[in-house]
Design a protein around this ligand. Structure first.
Ligand code: PMP
Length: 359
């Protein structure tokens, strides 16, 4: 090893889901929205004045922050934006988890949390979900340096009732507590109103799922003005211009089109609820997801085998070779046609157990 290598910040990076180049695949592996962004987004981009690109964007991203503040009935000072919620969450870890005490999150959860904690040398404790893959709220009453969990949780899809979220916040008022609501728009109840009462609570959301803009990279945090101020101080000490002109223009249009947002999220919810009984009938079980994915396990066919079989069929889902969840598949809710193709294939495949074993 070279001497300089002794001082490298060594990290084990997060591994995102595959983005295959191939056409004609059914891509149900990264919880993207199958529908296009609001029509106004395209119009805004087509008419974007590229002369704007000569200049730096507004470091405060004021137009986007204002659109979000208006939408959620907040003051601008209560909204922080970043390059996807991954950027927002990383800033939150950097800004608030500095006590040296362990931060708390579930054992089965978004697999970026431990990556940020390791990178930033934040100690942490993973609290096991119960056997139904639910967060055990009583476990979060212990000394800690901060609390974070997604609601609905990922990759399980299970939603913690708002009253339970509040109970956890109530018991943790001396640390910053974060509810990662990447999937909240698919039938969950947001903790946003609690931010008025609990000034240590941050609610994080994203344009990547319910607003069909994973490729544009926009995320945001909402909470008390003091929290947002601290986040901005760190952001401006890192990179002033995180939000580019294109993302600003597109983001504003996406927030404004409430009717389209409702229509597409409702469509996904309807598809999810239609597919649930079909999968149950085929021998799958799963937590009752309120997200745009289902986390399924089959009574007899191993998840790994199904993952491979689906892949051969050009249907890509997500498989995690991790303790407790290595017999599960996370399947994003696609269009009705995509889900019909998936269910049809599973029906055929699971119907022939003998051929399966030989194959
Ligand atoms: N939180 C959770 C729970 C997620 O599943 C994801 C998506 N990978 C994110 C945050 C980050 O999403 P984005 O950076 O696209 O906003």
């Amino acid at each position: 090893m070279n001497n300089w290598e002794e001082n490298v910040r060594r990290v084990v990076p997060y591994v995102p889901g595959e983005q295959p180049k191939e056409q004609n695949i059914i891509k149900l592996n990264t919880n993207e929205n199958p529908y296009p962004p609001a029509p106004g987004v395209k119009e805004a981009l087509v008419s974007l004045n590229t002369d704007l690109f000569r200049k730096y964007p507004d470091p405060a991203a004021d137009a986007l922050v204002s659109a979000l503040a208006e939408h959620y009935h907040l003051r601008k000072e209560q909204v922080f934006v970043g390059v996807g919620s991954d950027d927002v969450l990383a800033m939150i870890f950097l800004t608030f988890f500095n006590s040296g005490k362990r931060i708390l999150f579930p054992d089965i959860t978004y697999s970026f949390y431990d990556v940020w904690a390791d990178m930033l040398r934040i100690p942490y404790e993973r609290l096991p979900l119960n056997e139904k893959f639910e967060i055990v709220k009583e476990d979060y009453v212990r000394e800690n340096g901060g609390v974070i969990f997604p609601n609905p949780n990922a990759p399980t899809g299970a939603l913690l009732p708002l009253a339970d979220v509040e109970e956890i916040v109530k018991k943790n008022q001396d640390v910053v507590m974060v509810v990662d609501e990447a999937y909240i728009d698919f039938g969950g109840v947001s903790a946003l109103p609690l931010t008025e009462k609990y000034h240590n609570l941050l609610v994080v959301q994203t344009f990547s799922k319910s607003r069909s803009m994973a490729g544009m990279r926009i995320g945001y945090a909402m909470g008390n003005e003091k929290l947002i101020q601290y986040l901005n101080d760190v952001k401006y000490s890192f990179n002033s211009y995180t939000m580019n002109q294109t993302a600003l223009a597109a983001g504003i249009e996406a927030v404004r089109d409430v009717a389209y947002f409702r229509e597409t999220t409702q469509k996904i919810i309807r598809t999810r609820e239609r597919v649930k009984p079909q999968l149950r009938e085929l021998g799958f079980s799963f937590p009752d997801s309120r997200a745009n994915f289902l986390f399924v396990t089959h009574e007899s066919c191993p998840a790994k085998e199904l993952f491979e079989a689906l892949k051969k069929e050009k249907i890509i889902v997500r498989y995690f070779a991790k303790p407790r969840i290595d017999n599960y598949l996370r399947i994003t809710i696609g269009t009705d046609e995509e889900m019909d193709t998936l269910v049809e294939f599973l029906r055929r495949y699971l119907d022939k157990p003998n051929e399966r074993k030989k194959g």
